[in-house]
Design a protein around this ligand. Structure first.
Ligand SMILES: O=C(O)C(=O)C[C@]1(C(=O)O)C=C[C@@H](O)C=C1
Length: 281
């Protein structure tokens, strides 16, 4: 079984992929690194891989927009499981911290460390890369370039840890999804849906959210993304808690369907939260 993740080795995506494969009880998994989140999803959609792991939301920076857009574009993909991973960034490199004039990393990681960078390396140029581990790979051999990546990525790519932890919020964590092709389940403690509405009129969004409220479903997240067709037209992404099985979800979807131009259930699935487990005594 081939599992696509955001490469190269040493990304948080790889850590999440290994944990999620373990939680699914999968054996003999071949972890296949890819060059970007959209490429990860395409590897699954095109049949090159059987599973994919992608980040969907960070506790500080919010939704990973490329993941949300790709889910909307691929109705053949389903969410099988979710995992919240604590994210503890390090500044890694080969020279002393004082000599660093360029910092490379994934834009999400640069944003998650922006206060630290502003205080410790205010003059350094910030350069975006396709992943944190790619940044680590690129700074090898340089004394003036540093990367924001995990401590594991530093070891993987033969770099020193120059500062740790450097994320601005101590509880920084990212939610990852395990995706597969095929039917989207309606059974599980969490569900993700997205919809676009027929009409842009007063109360239209309120009416659509009422479908969840009437079934007693708690929304754990709502986020809108532009439809990309015209200004002011949106797709709404909603995560729901399903404490009482599939029936309330089926009821909500039945009520919501006539209000929507397009409605997609990405699946109902279990979620493991390693950030909560880390805090537990
Ligand atoms: O670059 C990585 O290591 C990733 O796994 C990507 C990613 C992201 O896209 O959010 C994952 C976790 C962190 O939030 C920072 C970067």
């Amino acid at each position: 079984m081939r599992l696509a993740f955001l490469g190269p080795v040493g990304t948080y995506g790889e850590q999440a992929a290994q944990r999620l494969a373990g939680l699914e009880g999968l054996e003999g998994v071949e972890f296949v690194p890819q060059q970007g989140i959209r490429v990860v999803i395409r590897a699954l959609a095109d049949g090159d891989c059987d599973l994919a792991v992608v980040p969907v939301e960070n506790s500080v920076e919010g939704g990973v927009t490329s993941c949300l857009d790709a889910l909307w574009e691929h109705p053949d993909l389903a969410v099988a499981r979710a995992l919240v991973l604590p994210i503890r960034h390090a500044l890694v490199g080969s020279g002393p911290l004082e000599g660093i004039s360029e910092v490379l990393s994934h834009p999400q990681a640069l944003a998650q460390c922006s206060l630290w960078l502003g205080e410790q390396l205010p003059q350094a140029l910030q350069l975006p890369t396709s992943s944190t581990a790619e940044a680590a790979r690129l700074v090898r051999g340089s004394r003036f370039r540093g990367a924001i990546a995990s401590v594991e990525a530093a070891a993987e790519h033969g770099l020193q840890v120059l500062a740790y932890p450097i994320n601005d919020v101590p509880g920084n964590c990212t939610r990852f999804l395990l995706l597969r092709r095929g039917e989207r389940s309606q059974r599980g403690p969490y569900a993700s849906v997205a919809f676009s509405l027929h009409s842009n009129r007063p109360g239209a969004l309120l009416e659509s959210l009422g479908c969840f409220a009437r079934q007693g479903l708690n929304m754990s997240r709502i986020e809108s993304r532009p439809s990309k067709r015209e200004m002011g037209e949106y797709i709404f992404f909603v995560d729901l808690e399903l404490p009482e099985g599939a029936a309330p979800l089926e009821g909500a979807i039945a009520d919501l369907t006539p209000l929507c131009e397009h409605l997609a259930l990405f699946g109902a699935y279990p979620l493991s939260n390693l950030a909560v487990e880390e805090k537990a005594p």
